[in-house]
Ligand binder design. Structure first.
Ligand code: MLT
Ligand code: MN
Ligand code: ZN
Length: 297
């Protein structure tokens, strides 16, 4: 299996357009690598590709990835797009994929309903872009040789669907899924959004060769502490890296797979290559994802 991280950033990317935090300034000054928004491409043969989440940056992501160039006058090696939720950073790129080329779109019925209720997504010609409802814990095949199984992980509805008070940030259902992507030789788990790491999730991820996991925030309160926002990671539906309930500690039992953080928020101090947070991430056996990172499983 070939895996390319098209975008390692969370919503907003790095630098974020309106942010002057240390990471964003460093990215503008060339001291940190820029990150585009959250997306991954997978393939078994390098010819047919499946894109996991369509980020607002997909036009540049395709432009920077020769494997995704058209092979003829019109067309694309992208055979399918699979969505893990309806967040802006995961669906807005669908609007870019509207130029009369066919592909298959896979998402839960809940996420497809969000697209259906937003008429702008009608720019995807239904004669060319079939929308396929996927079922939790039921495998489907978006491209020959790739079997994908979606499963619910703790999470919430997209920000623009929150109805004010009482949003369940750890809901289990169709709004936030992880993906198990398997060939006959290898297994990738892709979980770019996850609010908590329960024991069952640790067990479920144990047979993977590669884990691409939610690395939004280092500390639950980092946006508050840095003055860049008022929300905690938990309120946004993202588990922190650090702390006893954080991903580093909770996923420590996974020793047989490569562990890489994706969906990294611009405020995350672990982006700093020489900082103490990065040392802890590395000591725990994790890698900080970057745009263009490639894996061969
Ligand atoms: C998230 O991952 O929490 C969302 O992408 C936030 C957003 O919609 O900006
Ligand atoms: Mn996001
Ligand atoms: Zn910033």
């Amino acid at each position: 299996m070939l895996v390319t991280v098209l975008g390692a950033g969370a919503g907003g990317g790095l630098p974020q357009w309106n942010c002057g935090c240390r990471n964003c300034r460093d990215a503008r000054d060339g001291r940190l690598a820029r990150m585009s928004q959250s997306s991954v491409a997978v393939s078994t043969d390098g010819r047919d590709w499946v894109v996991l989440n369509a980020s607002p940056d997909i036009r540049d992501q395709i432009g920077g990835c020769p494997a995704l160039y058209p092979q003829g006058l019109r067309g694309s090696p992208i055979r399918a797009v699979v969505l893990t939720n309806a967040d802006v950073d995961h669906v807005a790129g669908l609007l870019t994929l509207r130029e009369k080329t066919g592909f298959a779109l896979f998402a839960t019925a809940g996420v497809l309903a969000v697209l259906r209720d937003n008429p702008v997504f009608g720019v995807l010609d239904p004669a060319l872009v079939g929308r396929h409802a996927i079922t939790l814990d039921t495998a489907f095949v978006p491209a020959a040789g790739l079997t994908v199984t979606p499963f619910a992980v703790p999470g919430k509805v997209a920000l623009y669907l929150e109805d004010g008070a009482g949003v369940d940030t750890e809901a289990m259902g169709e709004q936030t899924v992880g993906l198990c992507i398997a060939t006959d030789r290898a297994r990738l788990y892709y979980v770019p959004g996850c609010a908590t790491v329960p024991d069952w999730l640790v067990a479920r991820l144990a047979d993977g060769d590669l884990l691409l996991f939610d690395g939004t925030v280092w500390d639950d309160a980092e946006m508050v502490a840095t003055g860049t926002g008022t929300k905690t990671g938990a309120r946004m539906g993202h588990v922190a890296m650090q702390g006893p309930a954080g991903s580093l500690a909770r996923l420590a039992p996974l020793t047989g797979c490569r562990k890489v953080f994706v969906h990294l928020n611009n405020t995350n101090p672990a982006l700093q290559p020489d900082g103490p947070e990065r040392r802890q991430v590395a000591a725990a056996g994790w890698t900080i994802g970057q745009d263009g990172m490639e894996f061969r499983l």
